[in-house]
Design a protein around this ligand. Sequence first.
Ligand SMILES: Nc1ncnc2c1ncn2[C@@H]1O[C@H](COP(=O)(O)OP(=O)(O)OP(=O)(O)O)[C@@H](O)[C@H]1O
Length: 249
Amino acid sequence: MTEAVLQTRGLFKAFGALQATEDVSIELRPGEIHAVIGPNGAGKSTLIGQISGAIAPDAGAVSLGGVDVTGLTVPARARAGLARTFQISQLAMEDTVLQNALLGALGAAGRPFDMLRPVARRGALRDRAEAALARVGLADQARVRVAELSHGQRRQLEVAVALTLAPKCFVMDEPMAGLGTEGSARLTGLLDGLRAEAPILLVEHDMDAVFALADRISVLVYGRVIASGTVDEIRADPAVREAYLGDAA
Ligand SMILES: Nc1ncnc2c1ncn2[C@@H]1O[C@H](COP(=O)(O)OP(=O)(O)OP(=O)(O)O)[C@@H](O)[C@H]1O
């Protein structure tokens, strides 16, 4: 079987008496979008925190490209190729779209505050930033301040900043939240093509987007994975319909 790009094995996390994640083992394979769905409080954010390094698990392990990263910090995991996007926007609102992408590219090169280098030596970074903007459809907005972008365009820019890292995988927390129909459709199209560059672990409440995008879905309820399968398998699963999907299936 193809080796997973990202894998969790037996992750546990308790907050006091509350078991937020319990024995969660999931994997993200090359070229796929793996959606994690579940009701409010099911443990999705806790799982993402454990994967990104923000939350230390009580037990279990996370590996990236076959390498155990459980002991690494959030920035170290990012440098190792884990691109987390969306839960908290990290864009600099008063800077331009290009400046934001450049900061991402500089960070990827390990010199986040080295903006004073001669322009010629920054050329490669600038090329990388511009390529990422073109990839997400923001080339024409390069000189626009982020504050002037629409909500949906900011999401596109967040993907571009992540792309400058040339990530091994993306971990996305509710990318569709707050977007209207048009914005969701545009972002869905972007993510659809992105999986070929790096697979995406997608936590999302918008079932239209999940059903349109996911190659596989894992369903989290009370911290446990109660089902994992293709869209058709998950839609037809009686336990999932009972616990979460109801009429949405
Ligand atoms: N820092 C914390 N301290 C105490 N309890 C917490 C903490 N973080 C999360 N929890 C609890 O752990 C459980 C899982 O929360 P989590 O945010 O991971 O769920 P979720 O599936 O992401 O929910 P939502 O869909 O609403 O974002 C919830 O009962 C939540 O109240």
